[in-house]
Ligand binder design. Structure first.
Ligand code: ADP
Ligand code: GLC
Length: 492
């Protein structure tokens, strides 16, 4: 098979900028694709927080002109660096006004009011950069609404550009909830022509929906688990786009995310108190004690510790949890929580933690080292998500011998096998209903297993720790889609 030129664009990439799993994915997938022999280039914005010196970024010569419709041409700089431990080039679009800010998308809970212009600009800059580099992609791989304009741009402004004569597009939806909905004024900078402002392509309630335009124009669409690829075709999960996704289902695929085991493995993790692995689990107890100490909880080895790490957002089931927590705290357990997000939840959970110091530790903020320590030191890991396109924490948990308790949705359902105590099969505990009762009862089941069925608990630990969701497998599935896209374009 011919090696491919792949251009991946995203709004966040580990280690440079991250608010969620999208960054983990785009930090890891390109390296696996590179290992398969492809020429992969990544592009992201140069936010204020991306340290040019720390990452040894070097400026590309000259500046990049980006046509912005009625605004005219906007000029920007480009920096080049490498994804850590690889020779994959990553380019940073530098524009002080758009990206020289503290946040990626928002500050203090308020989204930037010019997010439409910022990410339309970024997408157009990606196209212009490919030209400047004389890089002729076989596939442009866009991710989420921020870069969803790319397939549309490819089919309009660049449709007859010989630099993109053999280029197709893939749009990966990491989260359908965020669609890039803006007022129709954005059409002026998007500059693809008002004929694309119609109910089938970009228009929605007299505004524009960038993700919708991307879904229509991408050659292929993917989501980050098979289950979520099915779910989003239904009204319950489709966020208003289910009918369109159902119509486009022939080009919709589900590829489960991988995990970077160089970063998330108790055998090599530099953040944890003591390394451990299946053969010798003694380190896990040391990590548990260290975690209890960190959260000022009683250092009791016999009590199960339940970890929670994630954005405090509706998606993650925090409302359910806010009702369930009182009943959970009646059990003989400890809970440690790390999260940031909705203000009410930050206050609510820290207030409860302040009053239940024996049982509940809560850290509001973003701390990667603490996320690792919770994975390593907890016995159980709770993810009561209302929906979860893939979810990474439950996969990390498996590797750390921390049994996930999950709601059976999206990637959570695809990655966790329910415990079967008669056969000792399974890797965690699942519940189906979006109810407080289901959540509490399933935590109760897990806690009961901890106290009364250590054989089953240990067997599940071993089952989970032996599973591998590595990037190479996922990269091969993406590779298959890329070839399919290339073939499809040839026929046009
Ligand atoms: P999502 O992308 O919806 O937030 P994922 O499970 O795919 O959910 O990815 C979340 C990633 O962000 C994980 O790597 C997780 O460890 C990390 N994370 C989330 N919240 C925090 C936090 N408060 N501190 C540190 N890491 C966090
Ligand atoms: C999104 C989803 C999450 C997924 C991540 C990476 O943020 O909410 O489930 O794991 O993207 O694909």
């Amino acid at each position: 098979m011919n090696k491919l030129n792949i251009l991946i664009a995203a709004s966040e990439v580990v280690p440079f900028a991250k608010t969620g799993g999208l960054a983990d994915v785009v930090g890891a997938l390109p390296k696996a694709l590179r290992a398969l022999g492809h020429d992969v280039r990544v592009v992201m914005p140069r936010y204020y927080g991306v340290d040019r010196e720390k990452y040894a970024l070097t400026p590309l010569e000259g500046s990049l002109g980006v046509p912005m419709g009625t605004t005219g041409e906007v000029w920007c700089g480009v920096y080049e660096g490498k994804l850590p431990n690889s020779d994959v080039s990553i380019y940073f679009i530098e524009h002080e006004e758009f990206f020289g800010r503290a946040g990626l998308y928002e500050e203090g809970g308020f989204g930037y009011s010019d997010n439409d212009v910022r990410f339309i600009f970024f997408s157009r800059a990606v196209m212009q950069l490919a030209k400047k580099l004389h890089f002729h992609p076989d596939v442009i791989h866009a991710n989420d609404w921020h870069t969803a304009a790319l397939p549309l741009m490819l089919n309009t402004q660049y449709a007859y550009d010989s630099d993109f004569a053999h280029t197709g597009s893939l749009l990966t939806i990491h989260n359908l909830e965020h669609q890039g909905r803006f007022s129709k004024g954005a059409m002026e900078v998007l500059d693809v022509g008002w004929e694309h402002f119609n109910a089938y392509e970009l228009e929605e309630y007299d505004g524009i929906n960038l993700l919708k335009g991307g879904i229509v124009h991408a050659d292929v669409i993917s989501t980050v688990s098979r289950k979520y690829a099915q779910e989003i075709r239904t009204a319950e999960f489709g966020c208003g786009l289910n009918t369109l996704l159902d119509i486009e289902s022939a080009k919709l695929h589900g590829i489960l995310n991988g995990v970077d085991y160089d970063e998330w493995s108790p055998a090599v993790d530099p953040f944890i108190a003591q390394k451990f692995d299946v053969g010798d689990m003694s380190g896990k107890g040391i990590c548990k004690t260290a975690l209890q100490r960190l959260f000022h909880l009683p250092q009791r080895n016999e009590v199960p510790v339940i970890g929670l790490v994630g954005r405090l957002a509706e998606q993650k089931g925090i409302e359910l949890l806010s009702h369930a927590i009182w009943r959970l705290l009646e059990m003989d357990i400890q809970i440690v929580m790390l999260g940031a997000g909705e203000k009410w939840a930050e206050h609510y959970f820290s207030d409860i933690a302040a009053k239940h110091t024996e049982k509940f530790g809560c850290f509001i903020g973003y701390r990667n080292d603490l996320a690792h320590q919770i994975e390593a030191g907890s016995d159980l890991f709770l993810m009561p998500s209302l929906f979860e396109p893939c979810g990474l924490n439950q996969i990390y948990s498996l590797r750390y011998g921390t049994l996930p308790i999950v709601r059976a949705t999206g990637g959570l359902d695809d990655t966790i096998e329910n415990y079967q105590n008669d056969s000792l099969h399974g890797t965690g505990f699942k519940f189906y209903d979006r109810t407080v009762d289901a959540l509490v009862n399933t935590v109760g089941w897990a806690v009961h297993t901890w106290y009364n069925d250590s054989k089953g608990f240990d067997a599940m630990r071993t089952n989970g720790m032996s599973k591998r969701y590595d990037w190479m497998g996922a990269a091969q599935e993406y590779e298959t889609l890329y070839y399919q896209i290339k073939e499809g374009r040839k026929g046009q």
